[in-house]
Ligand binder design. Structure first.
Ligand code: NDP
Ligand code: OXD
Length: 307
């Protein structure tokens, strides 16, 4: 039995609609239903973990996405496992978002939009992919996929992760000791890190100052990776050319945020990529089946590591 658990009304509705469409009747319920007491798995997005921790048969806290920062890991019971969604279409969705962002800078669309606003007719150089250095922070399921695909398109791609990776045509850097050299090769810096204590605020002044002058940022990790004022200062000083931001510390983004009105910033409402809901439901059902048959679960999170 799966219990649907989100404190966000839009996510609760999305999950319930998806289970109604793709899951067998009787395989899911809501936290307030009587049968929640039988639930072995919770399908979650910002759940009330204290409430879930009361359920006597619960064994699995399952994120409905790739990210798990919406779960307060300190509150997860030691008897509970945490799993997340990993899916090929999710990876392609992220890839297309990043490809768009990279082309936006490679072909100077940021500057042409500005020129249009000022009625300026001026042709800028037509750069080749091989002339652009891209750095991908986080070489996990999404980052490694994106980095290899961009490298196959001819870009000069570097990647950075905790442990060293070996990826086709990607120069791989690892851990804090190699962060600066990685940054120095990132004319476009793409963030695909998970949000943890170690990565919170990583898109900040010390990182920006190690990027080449005129670098651009694409943040499709999490909003709390970015220190907004540091970005605005780096743009004002012309060290950073601009940013494409998909995620924000507070979502929806506050109407008063200065980010809305900056020509150097492109905002999207956390749409870089979503796993298809049918896949979300199927993966959660599969893990719940595995629990009932005492089989190893798929796509488990390392709770100690935080991702
Ligand atoms: P994974 O857990 O598969 O990969 C995380 C990567 O980050 C790993 O390579 C890991 O290194 C690296 N990493 C973690 N901590 C550090 C650190 N302190 N220093 C250096 N590298 C580190 O995550 P996914 O690729 O599946 O997803 C990444 C994030 O993307 C998600 O957590 C989510 O926040 C975000 N996301 C955003 C979406 C959107 O629409 N905007 C959609 C989906 C996800 P190592 O391999 O060595 O462990
Ligand atoms: C995810 C997301 O974590 O959509 O999957 O942000």
């Amino acid at each position: 039995m799966i219990v649907i658990a989100s404190t966000k009304p839009y996510a609760q509705k999305m999950l319930l609609d998806a289970f109604q469409k793709y899951a067998p009747v009787g395989s899911y319920c809501l936290t307030e239903d009587y049968c929640a007491s039988q639930a072995t798995t919770a399908a979650c997005w910002f759940p009330d973990l204290e409430n879930l921790n009361q359920l006597p048969h619960l064994q699995l806290i399952h994120s409905m996405g790739a990210g798990i920062e919406h779960l307060d890991l300190a509150k997860i019971k030691s008897s509970h496992q945490v799993c997340r969604i990993i899916d090929q279409d999710h990876k392609y969705g992220m890839l297309s978002y990043i490809q768009w962002g990279v082309l936006y800078y490679l072909r100077y669309f940021d500057q042409y939009l500005q020129q249009q606003a000022e009625r300026v007719w001026k042709q800028l150089p037509q750069l080749k992919a091989s002339e652009l250095q891209i750095g991908v922070m986080g070489l996990g399921e999404l980052g490694a996929f994106v980095a290899e695909k961009l490298a196959s398109e001819g870009y000069q791609v570097s990647g950075w992760s905790r442990s060293r990776k070996s990826l086709k045509h990607v120069e791989c850097f690892a851990n804090d000791a190699e962060f600066e050299i990685f940054l120095s090769k990132s004319q476009i810096l793409i963030n695909l890190l998970p949000l943890t204590d170690a990565t919170r605020g990583i898109l900040s002044q010390p990182t920006f100052e190690n990027l080449p002058r005129g670098a651009a940022i694409i943040n499709s990790g999490r909003g709390a990776h970015l220190k907004t004022q540091d970005l605005l200062d780096a743009i004002d000083s012309k060290h950073i050319r601009g940013a494409i931001l998909d995620v924000f510390e507070q979502e929806p983004l506050d109407q008063q945020s200065p980010l809305w009105s900056r020509a150097e910033i492109v905002l999207t409402p956390h749409i870089a990529s979503h796993a298809p809901l049918e896949v979300v439901v199927k993966q959660i059902l599969e893990n719940d089946r595995r629990i009932s048959q005492n089989l190893p679960l798929l796509n488990c999170v390392n709770i100690k590591r935080g991702y």
